[in-house]
Design a protein around this ligand. Sequence first.
Ligand SMILES: [Mg+2]
Length: 368
Amino acid sequence: MSLNSSQTLTIGGQDLVRNGSRTPREDAGAVMKPSTPTKKPQPPRPENGITIAVSSRVLFNMEKEQQIFEQQGMEEYIKYQVEHETEPFSPGPAFSFVKALEAVNTQLRELYPESEELFDVVLITNNHAYVGLRLINTINHHQLFIERFCMTGGNSPIGYLKAYHTNLYLSADPVKVHEALEEGIAAATMFTQEKMTEVSETQLRVAFDGDAVLFSDESEQIFKAHGLDKFFEHEKAHENKPLDHGPLKGFLEVLGKLQKKFYAKGQRMDCPIRTYLVTARSAASSGARALKTLRSWGLEIDEALFLAGAPKGPMLEKIRPHIFFDDQMFHVEGAAEMGTVACHVPYGIAQRIPRKGVKDKETSPAVK
Ligand SMILES: [Mg+2]
């Protein structure tokens, strides 16, 4: 995929919105009213909430600014940001996901006014403090409920992620994502995409790959070492032995916990959270172990799609998740090309360097 900020609207529908609130063209030159909202709901305490930490570069599109930093250096970068302080950034790849989290929160607050079991979005950035003001202005412009804001000054975010009991960390920087995974924090790398399909405004949809995402990569290792036949044999022989957990299991778990709160109020069929397993496993030969593993964990998944090696992109295009997690860049790229916001979980044996076209210049110190 080649990456820039535009959001392509491909399909119409009543319940669908553009993936982001406005196009970059609309945003270009738009001058915000610097606004400090007067009434916002209180965020939950970190130990009670479900903390989703996002970097500024995945929440907003900062490609142009990143280019200035890379080509002209830090001073010009800061100067540009300050000069454009009243212009909001346009939405980035995590924007619609964050909006959907807030939509779920609104519904949870209606059903459970006293409960702090809510999503809490924390913005983690190592931007210069001068840029912070533009970020805050942009948050207010897009009416996002983000109260927690960490400017790490170039330091590793791991300490902050732990302090906030982070349940999911999304960043454009694969090094930081890797670091978070090493610490046992669910994390994924996001890329600015050219095309983002419309997504639901009222129902949060999250799609997961199985092996090396929800599950460990133990079966993947068999496949890589001995091929498909041995893999099938192995999975059949170990059908009743649950797979070990993978890096995103905990996030599915917290989604399940919130789903149960909706079920308890009679909202099973129209639950505002829906989860999907989208795996290359085939149902007959290796699917049973995946489903039995989820069951052994006490986790439900709303829909399980066993693609038996078929491409994931077309199926995800139908599901229209706000976010899709996969450990293999091949699947991430395939999904992103078809408009799904796809992110990479750099975990397990199947890692390789992202292919050209996926911008991966995340090691620069200016913007994460
Ligand atoms: Mg996988």
